[in-house]
Write a protein that binds this ligand. Structure first.
Ligand code: HEM
Length: 528
């Protein structure tokens, strides 16, 4: 049956008013959508065009949102491909989240980190997403509130603490780990998840040195409930930041999958943990006990308005510092061992350096260990190279406080949401040369064998500018003490057939962990 224009018109005229109304509405909507699609052919509805910046391909009205969804699990590879295929600075428009301008140009990254960009003036998307876990802790504050936290915390990062107290804590935790967990596995072929082990080590160490609490994660099988809830809350925070309409999504999940723990459940567990810690410490202080750690410094100090801190403020501070101090270093340690197992020639060189510098006695003399490790150039190079390919903070963002022009000529408008990806940048040939994807600690040493640090725009692993990582020396010390003492005693082997990959989160965890077997290390020949 063929439908002529005339017959359609007749049918329409003879139909009921309700049908005529529905058809008219449908027609008008289609027309409106078509006009809007013509106005926004490659970007999210109402996003302004930025023809001056190379844009990643997008759909009419929704932009690249489907691509984000599709690549959610391999997001850092997705970022890398954009820079490789399109340009060093690109833009992407997505329905429901602000248009981003992404750069992998070290000059632009350094400029963002050191000048007119704020990580607090975030759109509601980010502030709302971060609030549940981060509250008003150091990562999520600005101005006087941030200055107060940074200044108070920085008091514990002095050489004396590093040399005497912190090194002691790391050595004690490692001693426990060696004796009770690793020694029983030596040469018996049984496997252990090294990633999980490092999370326990850094959690116990940081909670002890920062808050005086013996959490005992290393002493328990499986994850302690605080750590499990804390990890889940972080993954969820990242999803809230990346995907729009999280309230609707999470609301639906609660109805459709009521048996699954929600963000509120995870937050409840971590809140209770922090609350117990605070109550215990307040009681100890009442009894006249003296402590000199991070928690005590904050308990004694007055905030930017001159008040002693309440429990909520202390909770935010504790959780932010645990995020800062635990995950980042545990991940760096895991990725470092992964690369060493894949690159035996690097491992061999590092082990020779360890044996040449650390005697058996040094292993239990914190001052000697600290002094020796400070001078181990190759070990530092291994650590920096690990963070080049596996930066613990793999992607980051800020907002432009003013109109600006970047060093590469990109025109930035006040309020623009700008992002950079240390993960992608670390693998770009345009930044690191044709061997960018290879693990080569030698690139961090000059011809005389002295360490050379890249500028912070090229290697933004620890950030730069006023918000540069407060714990970078602590992290370096902790990682090198652990690598030194573990590699001196054991040779770890990667269990074949595993999918070692990252989980997309605020930091760079290994998605499936990393199983290894443990063997006794033979002394390298050169020393024997
Ligand atoms: C390998 C280990 C580590 C890496 C790669 C790392 C990296 C970073 C990065 C990239 C930032 C900037 C985050 C942002 O503003 O978006 C940061 C901030 C920070 N880091 Fe680290 N970090 C590490 C370990 C630590 C440790 C052990 C501590 C211990 C306390 C720490 C304390 C902090 C603090 C307090 C900040 C916030 C600084 C501020 O906003 O003023 N970090 N870190």
């Amino acid at each position: 049956m063929s439908l002529s224009v005339d017959s359609i018109r007749k049918r329409f005229v003879n139909s009921s008013p309700a049908v005529q109304y529905a058809v008219a509405i449908g027609g008008a909507s289609t027309a409106a959508l078509s006009v809007l699609a013509l106005m926004y052919p490659d970007r999210a509805i109402f996003d302004e065009a930025r023809p001056d910046i190379p844009q990643r391909s997008g759909w009419p009205l929704i932009g690249s949102f489907p691509d984000i969804l599709k690549n959610m699990d391999t997001f850092h590879h997705f970022a890398l491909k954009g820079f490789e295929d399109l340009a060093r600075t690109t833009t992407m428009s997505n329905l429901g989240i602000p248009r981003n301008i992404a750069t992998s140009d070290p000059r632009c990254v350094e400029h963002i980190l050191k000048t007119n960009f704020s990580n607090y003036e975030k759109g509601p998307q980010f502030r709302d997403g971060m609030n549940a876990l981060f509250g008003h802790g150091i990562f999520n504050t600005n101005g006087d509130e941030w200055k107060f936290q940074r200044k108070t915390a920085s008091q514990i990062f002095n050489v004396k603490n590093f040399r005497d107290h912190f090194t002691d804590v790391f050595v004690d935790e490692l001693d426990y780990m060696k004796e009770n967990i690793l020694d029983p596995l030596v040469d018996n072929g049984k496997t252990i998840d090294f990633h999980d082990l490092m999370f326990k080590f850094t959690l116990d160490s940081f909670v002890l040195l920062g808050f005086g609490e013996e959490l005992g994660a290393l002493r328990k099988d499986g994850k302690v409930p605080f750590a499990a809830a804390f990890d889940a809350a972080q993954v969820n925070t990242f999803r809230r930041m990346m995907l729009p309409y999280w309230r609707v999504r999470e609301g639906l999940a609660k109805v459709l999958m009521p048996w699954k723990d929600s963000m509120e459940d995870h937050i409840k567990v971590v809140d209770e943990y922090a609350a117990d810690m605070i109550t215990k410490r307040r009681k100890e202080v009442e009894k006249g006990e003296e402590h000199n750690d991070l928690l005590s410094r904050f308990l004694k100090s007055r905030d930017d308005r001159g008040n002693l801190l309440n429990d909520q403020q202390l909770r935010d501070i504790i959780l932010n510092f645990i995020i800062a101090g635990r995950d980042t270093t545990a991940q760096a340690l895991s990725w470092a061992l992964y690369q060493l197992m894949l690159n035996p020639q690097v491992e061999e060189k590092l082990v020779k350096e360890i044996y040449a510098n650390i005697s058996d006695e040094d292993e239990h003399n914190s001052t000697a260990l600290y002094e020796a490790i400070k001078d181990m150039k190759y070990a530092h190079a291994v650590f920096y190279e690990t963070l080049r390919l596996h930066p613990s903070v793999p992607a980051n963002q800020k907002y432009a406080l003013e109109d600006d022009i970047w060093p590469d000529g990109t025109v930035i408008k006040k309020g623009d949401y700008v992002v950079w990806s240390p993960w992608a940048q670390g693998r770009l040939e345009a930044v690191w040369g044709s061997d960018a994807k290879d693990f080569k600690p030698e690139r961090w040493l000059n011809e005389e064998g002295e360490l050379k640090r890249e500028n912070q725009g090229t290697w933004p692993a620890f950030h730069a500018g006023p918000r540069v990582c407060l714990g970078q020396n602590l992290a370096t010390l902790e990682a090198l003490v652990a690598l030194t003492l573990l590699l001196k005693k054991y040779r770890f082997k990667l269990v074949p057939g595993q999918d070692i990959t990252y989980q997309v989160s605020l930091t760079l965890p290994m998605k499936n962990g990393m199983n290894v077997t443990v063997n006794q290390r033979e002394k390298p020949e050169i020393i024997a």
